[in-house]
Design a protein around this ligand. Structure first.
Ligand SMILES: [Zn+2]
Length: 240
């Protein structure tokens, strides 16, 4: 009996909090079980790796992931223009621990995080790929993946969307998406990525995806995924 009442009470509270967050989809939210944001004006751009952490290195071009990600966030910031307040997680070649990156996102409420990476795997694999975890990050993830796939010339240029619990997709309390802008381990994609004109085109498409999410919310991005209650990601989780 007590248990039943408690369950009803929990249900009532969760319905109420659901109503509250649906009125205010922006701002910080621990779980992110809500629609994607609309009308946000702050974009946190996280250049993956840095300092002692090179990330992947291309055996084709010799380019390091940490340099490419920094180059990309600066291009995305420029493409976003004055309509947004952009925050760069790092603006030079410095190392920032993943948990520190997450803590820095906690300074912001009405904002989204886009973490920028380049991928590495078996040399035949290529194409952009997008990771998300929170329900409120799904729409932005769909838009980012669509935009990058449309820019990538690879026939199989769409590695698609992956729902994965990473420190930069689960632990921030605001919508957050991690994009892999292509494989620098694939010789032809690595050569493409080495071309500044291609990186600029990618940055332009990424900026337009962010702008569209702010203007339209989740409209046109398909049904929301199921909420999953899972604790923050830890360093001992699967490799990032
Ligand atoms: Zn990376």
């Amino acid at each position: 009996m007590v248990r039943g009442m408690m369950l009803r009470a929990i249900f009532a509270v969760s319905v109420l909090s659901g109503l509250l967050v649906s009125c205010a989809p922006s701002g910080r939210d621990y779980w992110g079980h809500r629609p994607g944001p609309r009308g946000f004006r702050t974009v946190i751009l996280d250049a993956g790796h840095g300092g002692k952490d090179d990330g992947a290195t291309s055996s084709t071009t010799g380019q390091r992931e940490k340099d490419l990600t920094l180059d990309m966030v600066k291009r995305i910031r420029a493409e976003l223009g004055g309509g947004f307040r952009t925050v760069l997680m790092r603006s030079d070649d410095t190392f920032i621990d993943l948990d520190d990156r997450v803590r820095r996102t906690h300074r912001y409420g009405d904002a989204v995080v886009v973490s920028v990476h380049f991928n590495s795997s078996a040399s035949h694999i290529r194409g952009p790929e997008t990771y998300y975890w929170r329900v409120d990050s799904h729409g932005l993830a769909v838009r980012l993946q669509r935009a990058m796939a449309a820019t990538s010339p690879a026939e199989e240029g769409n590695r698609g969307l992956v729902r994965r619990r990473l420190r930069l997709t689960r632990n921030p309390e605001i919508p957050c998406v991690l994009i892999e802008c292509g494989y620098i381990s694939n010789p032809s994609e690595a050569r493409l990525i080495a071309d500044a004109g291609y990186r600029q085109a990618l940055a332009k498409s990424i900026a337009s995806a962010i702008r569209e999410q702010s203007a339209r919310g989740d409209a046109g991005t398909g049904p929301l995924p199921e909420p999953i209650n899972s604790p923050p990601s830890r360093p001992t989780d699967a490799r990032e």
